[in-house]
Design a protein. Structure first.
Length: 155
């Protein structure tokens, strides 16, 4: 996800990050280098060096900090980001289980009733177009039980 624009809002003590489809807030308190009243944000801009997937802010003192879009999405509990994070973790677990399995990849492909290319796309942790259902099916074929645990956030 790319940042279209970003600006500092000193009244809210937060950065306002505009992506392609939403406006997200990221509080100063969550940054590594906190802007304070006697050293406020002098300049803020989307970082072109990382394809506008983060932003850089410069304080009046000249100190500089940066924030990646993933931190903003995680703070705002963006559903798409959380889905991708869950899919990533499930895929890494599936990769580990495939390596440890006594079943051949050919047998796994047969049991999933899929093609070899689809199987390898399923194991690709950078592929976010697959569904969680597909990864769960693979884990089931690998004799794994997957439990979803919902608990209150810790402080």
């Amino acid at each position: 996800m790319r940042i279209r624009s970003v600006r500092a809002n000193n009244r809210r003590k937060a950065f306002e990050v505009l992506t392609s489809n939403k406006l997200l807030l990221f509080p100063y308190s969550k940054t590594h280098l906190h802007p304070v009243p006697n050293d406020p944000v002098a300049r803020v801009f989307a970082d072109p060096e990382i394809a506008r997937e983060g932003f850089i802010y410069v304080l009046r003192s000249g100190k500089q900090g940066s924030v990646h879009i993933d931190a903003v999405l995680e703070y705002n509990q963006d559903p798409d980001y959380l889905r991708d994070l869950l899919l990533y973790k499930l895929t890494l677990e599936a990769q580990k289980r495939v390596r440890a399995s006594r079943l051949s990849k050919r047998e796994l492909i047969r049991r999933l009733d899929t093609s070899a290319s689809q199987f390898y796309r399923l194991l690709d942790q950078t592929n976010y177009r697959k569904s969680i259902d597909q990864v769960l099916s693979l884990l089931h074929v690998l004799d794994c039980d997957v439990d979803l645990i919902v608990r209150a956030k810790s402080a």
